[in-house]
Design a protein. Structure first.
Length: 277
C-alpha cells in the first residue's frame, strides 16, 4: 500500500440476492473477502459497447431517486493517484480537492457508468449515484462528470450526442453557472462546497491587504490564512485545505504546506499586488 492511501469499502454490496451493509472507511465483517468493491444495482447490467468500451443499462424500469451505483476502491492523494495505470485511473472518481477513489485493478460492473452532458443520474454523496428521473428499460445510466470532478485527470472530447453536449469535458466544467441550477443537489459534497465558496469569494479590500501586511511579519501563516479565507469564500477553512484548493501544482503546494519562506513571500506579494489569486 502506498503512503496516504486507505481502502474504501462500498456502502452497499449486492451479491447472489443478498446485501451486505458496510460503513465507509471501515472493514465490513459481514462481507466475505474477495467480493466486489463497486456496486451496480440489480436493476441494471454492464455491457460492452462501442466506442465507449463499457456502459450500464436498465434491465427493468428504475424509479426516480433510486441508488444505482456506488464507487469503491482505495483512497489516495493526487501525487499517489498519478502512479496508477491510466486505465485504472479512468475508472476512478474524485471525492475531495486532493483525494481520489481508485478502482480495483480489474474492471467491475460498478465501474461502467459513462458521462453524458444530459445525464439521468446524479451524485447522492461522494461515491453514490442516484437516478434523477425514471429510467426506461434499455436506457443507459449516465452522469455528468462535472458533478464529481474538479481536476484535469480525466479530460476528453465528448460524444454523448445530446443537444447540450459541451464537446470538451474538463476539470473546470463544475464552474459553469448553467450546471449549478440544472444539477441542484446533485453535486458531490466537496464540489458543492467549492461552488458555494466561489459565490462567496471576493477580492481583498484595501483594509484586508493592510491587515495582511501588518500581521505578516508577526505570524505569516495566520495572516495568509485569513486573507485566503476571504479570497476563496471559505471562512472556516484550514491552511491545508486552502492550499490544496488554491494550488494544483504539487511542488508549490508542498512548499507552502511546509511553510517554505520564499513561497510564503511570493504568495503575500501576489495577494498584495493582485488582491486575489
Amino acid at each position: 500500500m502506498l503512503p496516504n492511501q486507505r481502502y474504501l469499502p462500498i456502502s452497499w454490496l449486492h451479491h447472489s440476492g443478498r446485501s451486505w451493509c458496510c460503513v465507509l472507511g471501515r472493514p465490513c465483517r459481514s462481507r466475505p473477502e474477495g467480493r466486489l468493491r463497486n456496486y451496480l444495482s440489480p436493476l441494471a447490467e454492464a455491457r460492452e459497447i462501442a466506442p465507449k468500451g463499457f456502459g450500464s443499462f436498465a434491465v427493468t424500469p428504475i424509479p426516480m431517486g433510486t441508488i444505482v451505483a456506488t464507487f469503491g476502491g482505495t483512497i489516495v492523494n493526487r501525487l499517489n493517484f498519478e502512479t496508477y495505470p491510466l486505465e485504472q485511473r479512468s475508472r476512478s472518481i474524485q471525492i475531495d480537492v486532493n483525494q481520489f477513489v481508485v478502482g480495483p485493478e480489474l474492471r467491475e460492473p460498478g465501474d461502467s457508468i459513462n458521462h453524458s452532458c444530459l445525464p439521468n443520474c446524479g451524485m447522492r454523496n461522494a461515491t453514490q449515484l442516484i437516478t434523477m428521473r425514471e429510467i426506461a428499460v434499455g436506457e443507459e445510466l449516465t452522469y455528468d462528470y462535472a458533478m464529481s470532478d474538479t481536476s484535469d485527470y480525466d479530460e476528453f472530447e465528448c460524444a454523448c450526442g445530446s443537444d447540450r453536449c459541451r464537446r470538451l469535458i474538463t476539470g473546470d466544467d463544475w464552474k459553469l453557472p448553467e450546471l449549478h441550477s440544472r444539477y441542484e443537489n446533485m453535486f458531490s459534497p466537496y464540489v458543492q462546497r467549492k461552488i458555494d465558496a466561489a459565490r462567496a469569494a471576493r477580492p481583498l479590500s484595501k483594509r484586508d491587504v493592510e491587515n495582511l501586511m501588518n500581521n505578516y511579519d508577526i505570524n505569516s501563516q495566520q495572516a495568509l490564512t485569513l486573507a485566503l479565507r476571504i479570497a476563496t469564500g471559505m471562512p472556516n477553512a484550514s491552511w491545508k485545505t486552502l492550499i490544496d484548493l488554491c494550488f494544483t501544482d504539487t511542488q508549490q503546494s508542498e512548499l507552502l504546506q511546509t511553510l517554505d519562506q520564499q513561497s510564503l513571500d511570493q504568495l503575500v506579494r501576489q495577494l498584495n499586488e493582485g488582491r486575489t489569486l
